[in-house]
Design a protein around this ligand. Structure first.
Ligand SMILES: [Zn+2]
Length: 453
């Protein structure tokens, strides 16, 4: 029933060498440098030779407003460390300043990580790739008009919106230790996107993600939350992830999957409190792969600098269906990986506060929710006007439906018409292209897809 993993899967990888030059500020745990370290390891393992490497073409601000409000995006464009004292009111309103600081090149940073996710979704939609990787993305906390948890623009939401142009149903899976709240909220009232998050819950950021939060209105039963305690280990994680995801694949039958691979669920994370090994984390990726559904694979959290490149490099190899040696190849950041200089790292002996009984209890509860999920292939796509009617921000629905208008615009029928007329500005604006080849890597091989229309 599930496809075999590995062979002949076309993998694309988005990376912009600029990403590592952005700084959140001294002492801030979020370090874009980790993406550059990951890339360097990917290169030195030779993995880049097995996939197509692209530098994303920057998306414009207008595209970000498919989800975000115009005034919020405009603010991100103009705010700088030098002028921020003139915008105190907006800084507060948009929650920019502390966890989400203003730094040099902030908007450009948002553009880079978002472009990889949207460009990746375009590639999947065009069926040029089966798997697209964007380790710079996965910033799942950003809200429609608010930065949150080190995230400013929600590339996960924007990537999903792009995928909805081609696919009736998209599944979002989040294995970051934090609840994927921004993505859940965006799609809380639709049955076209199911969001699934496995996260630490209870006196922990962002505070949402209770198992009872299951979606609203048409989205009821299409948000799945597995709240967890400290010390989750590989075996425990596997015991819940595979049955839940397996069930979802069966009942929801998504056309595409977005997998957020936040690395802060690894053992020894600076902000996390789980105890996963690289293998335990990557087993989630491997399991999702077995279903053979197009996948957009994103990064996310991850705050122990030496471990993030380890897991994302390992997961790159898993997605490529290849093996990499445990002994690390020499690379530009070799000194970070001492004293052992190995890929895999030991887990700790911390106590796992998730009892088997607890995990089984929540699992049963979530199976109960999934029992009511319909595989909705025949659902009549509503007209734009219908969707607009239910999208009032001031309505009774919990802070939901911020993307209702965008969802209405993302009907598969609409896009095919637009493409027929060669009139799809989004595809032009977001697809990776030949004018932006990855800087120091070979251009795609002879079997490369044609350039974007
Ligand atoms: Zn996180």
């Amino acid at each position: 029933m599930s496809a075999s993993s590995g062979q002949s899967r076309r993998v694309a990888y988005f990376y912009d060498a600029e990403i590592g030059n952005f700084h959140y500020g001294q002492g801030h745990p979020m370090k874009p440098h980790r993406v550059r370290m990951t890339h360097n390891l990917v290169v030195n393992y030779g993995l880049y030779r097995m996939m197509e490497v692209f530098r994303p073409k920057p998306v414009n601000a207008a595209l970000m407003t498919r989800f975000h409000s115009d005034d919020y995006i405009n603010f991100l464009r103009i705010i700088t460390p030098d002028n921020m004292h003139e915008y105190l009111r907006q800084l507060q309103r948009f929650n920019v300043g502390e966890d989400c600081p203003v730094f040099d090149g902030l908007f450009e940073f948002c553009q880079l990580y978002t472009s990889g996710s949207i460009g990746g979704a375009v590639r999947l939609n065009q069926q040029w790739s089966d798997v697209v990787i964007n380790w710079a993305g996965g910033l799942h906390h950003a809200k429609k008009s608010e930065a949150s948890g080190f995230c400013y623009v929600n590339d996960c939401v924007l990537g999903i919106l792009e995928l909805l142009k081609r696919h009736q149903r998209v599944l979002y899976i989040d294995i970051d230790i934090h609840h994927g709240d921004g993505v859940e909220e965006a799609f809380y009232t639709t049955n076209r996107v199911m969001t699934v998050s496995f996260h630490k819950f209870g006196e922990y950021f962002p505070g949402t993600g209770d198992a009872h939060d299951v979606g609203y209105d048409e989205g009821k039963n299409y948000a799945i939350n597995f709240p967890l305690h400290d010390g989750m280990d590989d075996a425990s994680f596997k015991s819940i992830f595979e049955p839940i995801i397996g069930k979802i694949m069966e009942v929801f039958a998504p056309g595409a999957v977005v997998l957020q691979c936040g690395a802060d669920s690894l053992s020894g994370d600076r902000l996390g409190c789980f105890n996963l090994s690289l293998k335990g984390h990557a087993d989630c990726v491997k399991y999702v792969m077995t279903f053979g559904v197009p996948m957009l694979v994103l990064g996310g959290g991850g705050y122990t600098l030496r471990n993030v490149p380890r897991v994302w490099t390992y997961e790159t190899s898993v997605l490529l269906g290849t093996e990499v040696k445990d002994v690390l190849p020499y690379n530009d950041y070799f000194e970070y990986y001492g004293p052992d200089y190995r890929l895999h790292m030991p887990v700790s002996n911390m106590e796992n506060l998730n009892s088997t009984e607890y995990l089984e209890h929540i699992k049963t509860q979530l199976f109960g929710v999934l029992k009511d999920v319909e595989a909705v292939p025949g659902v009549q796509i509503k007209s734009q006007a219908d969707d607009m009617d239910t999208s009032g921000d001031g309505g009774a629905a919990p802070a939901a439906a911020p993307v209702a208008a965008a969802l209405a615009a993302a009907q598969p029928d609409d896009v095919s018409k637009a493409e027929e007329n060669d009139n799809n500005p989004d595809a032009k604006g977001t697809s990776d292209n030949r004018e932006h080849p990855a800087e120091f890597f070979p251009t795609p091989g002879p079997d490369a897809p044609p350039p974007a229309p």
